[in-house]
Design a protein around this ligand. Structure first.
Ligand code: MV4
Length: 503
């Protein structure tokens, strides 16, 4: 029986996990660094323990400190959230050795999937399509040239311990191979302490589509369908949606069964994600497996109608999966936007600060997984993500409309966020049409820049609408904004009467 869980994480995901604990009648224990004394997750838990200084290595990444807190609070299990120690096999082993249930897969699974070469070997054995390439590590620049010639350019040199884009090089010409090989190797050594690299054919114009899977300790494995995650910037996801607008039902079912085969090949236990690259001809390839709960898990929860954290806890508690594959159906459409304290006009620099006014959106089909409040200072030491907006609607079109409404309803002052950038993303025609791949942000940079002032706008109604939006704090810049209250109410009334005021 799991009666008490320590959540070895911070911010929105710590709260997300605790919410499921509350619903299951399980007590929760927060851990926090000295920078996080006032973080919402600390106040949200039943019990809390400071585990060290601001540096992650002294707190959220410090295994000894977390184990000590788990002993002191006499917990039954530890949930790692995402990031930090969530994919650390040593941490999972230590939890079990100290008598705590680690809410996640077995440590051997994390090691097999954490090593991209061994993951590729497993997938090939299981009949899961992988990107053409090698399963052996490269031992010299000459060998790299040889292998590249066999595979054919363009190729990617990747770190075996990599993932998320680190230690990865695109090579288009034979004369660049040795240089790129050395660069990938030293980046891998610096990033992972292991300079093993291998080579894959470069998949052009790829989509990043991933499948959620669940496995219990009785050998049952199911998939919970797909998430389209191609709206990325420098390997950071920005907007995710489910189902993917790119794949049809037949391909979706085929990818789902390959995702289950992939998880079965490693005897997967817990919640995990199989990432695929899908090319423009709808050919799909296993990319990597994430052996944790992911940031974007809520869109699957909304479309499938399942609480993934509850399932994780049930699995850890030796219970069988609550549903069979035939009972899993996608219903409607969900979109998630990641809200970050960053300045999109200055190279997406983190821009932490004190939140002055905050009005979070509510209403039909709206979910917000967040952890901030008025007066809270976003610490500079951790991820700048302050929360996630998730909408659900019956169709993709309605979900986009709803996301637009929700993004306009979200009001935050005191710091710079990416909310306006997100509003522009969902208005890009290629996004609206579902016609996008991993190059979306790069190729729509012009459209994603803030609109210039409305001075030159010759359409009177648009000018008026822009003024109204501006005055209500809904849009960015407009010239010479009137400052007296009477002007505001006149514009507003006019806007409502003409139907140009949408929210
Ligand atoms: C690739 C690829 C094309 N071909 N591998 C990027 C992150 C890392 N997890 C793997 N990545 C890629 N691997 C081959 N053989 C293109 C990417 C890639 C990418 C993948 C998913 C989402 C966004 C991306 C952006 C640039 C490159």
């Amino acid at each position: 029986m799991i009666r008490k869980i320590l959540v070895a994480n911070r911010g929105e995901i710590a709260i997300r996990v605790m919410r499921s604990c509350y619903e299951m009648g399980i007590r929760s224990v927060a851990v926090y660094s000295e920078a996080d004394r006032l973080s919402r997750h600390v106040l949200f838990a039943n019990e809390a323990e400071c585990i060290g200084g601001v540096a992650s290595s002294d707190s959220y990444l410090n295994i000894d400190h977390i184990i000590a807190a788990a002993k002191k609070h006499n917990v039954d299990a530890i949930h790692p959230g995402y990031g930090f120690l969530s994919e650390n096999a040593e941490f999972a082993r230590r939890c079990e050795a100290e008598g705590f249930i680690f809410i996640g897969p077995r440590p051997e699974t994390m090691e097999t999937m954490g090593d991209k070469i061994s993951a590729r070997i497993k997938m090939i054995e299981a009949g899961v399509p992988v990107v053409p390439g090698t399963q052996k590590q490269l031992n010299s620049g000459e060998e790299a040239v040889e292998v590249c010639r066999q595979i054919g350019f363009p190729v990617m040199i990747k770190a075996s311990q990599g993932g998320g884009g680190k230690g990865m090089r695109l090579v288009e010409r034979e004369e660049d191979v040795v240089e790129m090989y050395n660069a990938a190797k030293s980046e891998a050594m610096a990033g992972f302490g292991d300079d093993t690299v291998y080579i894959e054919k470069f998949v052009e114009e790829p989509h990043h589509i991933e499948f959620q899977i669940l496995g219990d300790k009785h050998g049952n494995i199911i998939h919970l369908y797909d998430r389209e995650c191609s709206v990325q910037r420098r390997h950071q996801k920005v907007v995710e949606e489910s189902p993917s607008p790119f794949i049809g039902q037949e391909l979706r079912e085929e990818m789902g069964s390959k995702a289950v085969a992939a998880a079965k090949a490693v005897g997967y236990v817990g919640a995990g994600t199989i990432e695929f690259l899908v090319d423009k001809h709808h050919k799909f390839y296993f990319l990597e497996m994430n052996t944790r709960l992911q940031v974007e898990h809520p869109i699957t929860e909304e479309v499938i109608g399942i609480d993934l954290v509850k399932e994780q806890i049930r699995i850890a508690d030796n219970q069988p999966l609550s549903r069979k594959q035939e009972e899993i159906k996608q219903r409607g459409h969900a979109i998630e936007c990641r809200i970050c304290a960053e300045d999109t006009e200055h190279n997406f620099m983190p821009s932490p600060g004190v939140i002055q006014q905050l009005t979070e959106p509510h209403g039909i089909g709206t979910r917000i997984d967040s952890y901030v409040y008025e007066g809270y200072e976003i610490p500079v030491h951790y991820d700048p993500m302050i929360g996630k907006l998730i909408v659900w609607a019956t169709t993709r079109e309605y979900a986009i409309e709803r996301m637009r409404r929700v993004l306009y309803e979200y009001k935050i002052t005191g710091l710079t966020t990416n909310i306006r950038y997100l509003r522009r993303i969902i208005d890009v025609p290629d996004f609206k049409n579902g016609n996008y791949n991993t190059y979306f942000i790069e190729r729509n940079q012009e459209r994603l820049r803030p609109r210039p002032g409305f001075k030159n706008d010759s359409e009177p109604m648009a000018v008026i609408a822009a003024y109204i939006d501006y005055l209500m704090g809904l849009e960015e810049n407009t010239p010479n904004p009137p400052t007296d209250g009477s002007a505001i109410s006149r514009w507003r009334a006019f806007g409502l009467q003409k139907g140009v005021l949408r929210v």
